[in-house]
Design a protein around this ligand. Structure first.
Ligand SMILES: Cc1ncc(COP(=O)(O)O)c(C=O)c1O
Length: 307
């Protein structure tokens, strides 16, 4: 990655992250000593589910929404977490307290089918219960990204149909997205803009995607992309604040011609898009609607985490 390359997950360097404690199946380990088995189904096959969440004001933003998605995905792939959402909250609290973390924290909560007795695919080979890992880092997205915006390239890799690997799975295996990201990098962009199987603009490799046209906010129908918690919040906030919002099919022609474009995700909230396939979008930075939505979202996180 060159100095000029940016990703939607760029964070300010925080030296405290060099000595964080990681939760591994109930134990807290220094990051250099936190390990899972090479027989773990997450390592062998990408067979696991995860959630990215933010800790603000000592509370996890939109915790119930994240848990709804997580438990739904686990149920669909018969992955028994061996605990309920209160148990997960306890593990999260234990990790946050051990690290002295309360604010501007990002976590990746990961659950795999656990250690296998042999290095093969069959789920029945995982016999010792799931592996639960929580990585928490001090994390503040870089300010310059919020203003300067990200450069996207449309890539050949498309989003799949739900009967192959449903995009609603936040699975450990993200190879479809990784391939897209590689293709974008090869095209000289920061991240990938992915189309759906019909050629409509769908999502990026790591975030949901929105455009603004004549004051209206558009995003994909929701098919083929991650059911992003931030995406849902943005739609809800638009509706509650009189900003016209539509979930619809649209093409690259309408995307290149948009006044604004932005991405959504738990890590970066709303990240403006500066350029797509070498074409500047709007003014090439955060436009007025993106700024307004960003302010509304920030306030919603405050309300949610301050109670
Ligand atoms: C492919 C993809 N799209 C979008 C998102 C954003 O989802 P959320 O807003 O829930 O963080 C994620 C986050 O995991 C993702 O992996």
């Amino acid at each position: 990655m060159t100095e000029d390359t940016h990703t939607t997950h760029d964070a300010e360097d925080d030296p405290r992250n060099r000595d964080i404690l990681i939760y591994v199946n109930g134990a807290l380990k220094h990051r250099d000593a936190a390990m899972v088995s090479v027989y773990d189904s997450g390592f062998l096959l990408g067979d696991g589910m995860w959630e990215g969440m933010r800790l603000c004001n000592g509370r996890w933003a939109f915790f119930e929404e994240h848990m709804d998605r997580f438990f739904e995905a686990c149920k669909a792939v018969a992955l028994d977490p061996g605990t309920d959402r209160a148990g997960l909250l306890e593990a999260l609290t234990m990790t946050a307290q051990a690290n002295g973390m309360t604010h501007d924290v990002h976590c990746r909560l990961m659950l795999t089918r656990g250690v296998k007795v042999k290095p093969f695919q069959h789920p029945s080979l995982s016999r010792s219960g799931p592996t639960l890992v929580i990585i928490m880092e001090h994390s503040k997205p870089v300010d310059r990204l919020a203003e300067r915006g990200i450069r996207l390239a449309t890539v050949p890799q498309v989003r799949g149909l739900p009967m192959s690997q449903d995009a609603k799975y936040n699975s450990h295996s993200k190879l479809n997205c990784v391939i897209a990201c590689l293709q974008a990098e090869q095209a000289g962009a920061d991240e990938a803009l992915m189309l759906d199987p019909h050629g409509f603009v769908n999502t990026t490799n790591a975030c949901n995607f929105f455009i603004v046209r004549r004051g209206e906010v558009w995003t994909s129908t929701g098919d083929y992309c991650m059911n992003g918690v931030t995406r849902a919040k943005v739609i809800e906030l638009c509706r509650a604040n009189g900003i016209p919002v539509r979930e619809k099919n649209f093409s690259l022609v309408e995307t290149y011609g948009a006044e604004e474009a932005f991405l959504t995700g738990t890590f970066g909230a709303q990240t403006p898009v500066a350029e797509i396939d070498g074409r500047q979008i709007g003014s090439g930075g955060a436009g007025p609607v993106t700024r307004q939505i960003r302010a509304l979202y920030k306030a919603a996180v405050e309300v949610d985490t301050r109670g």
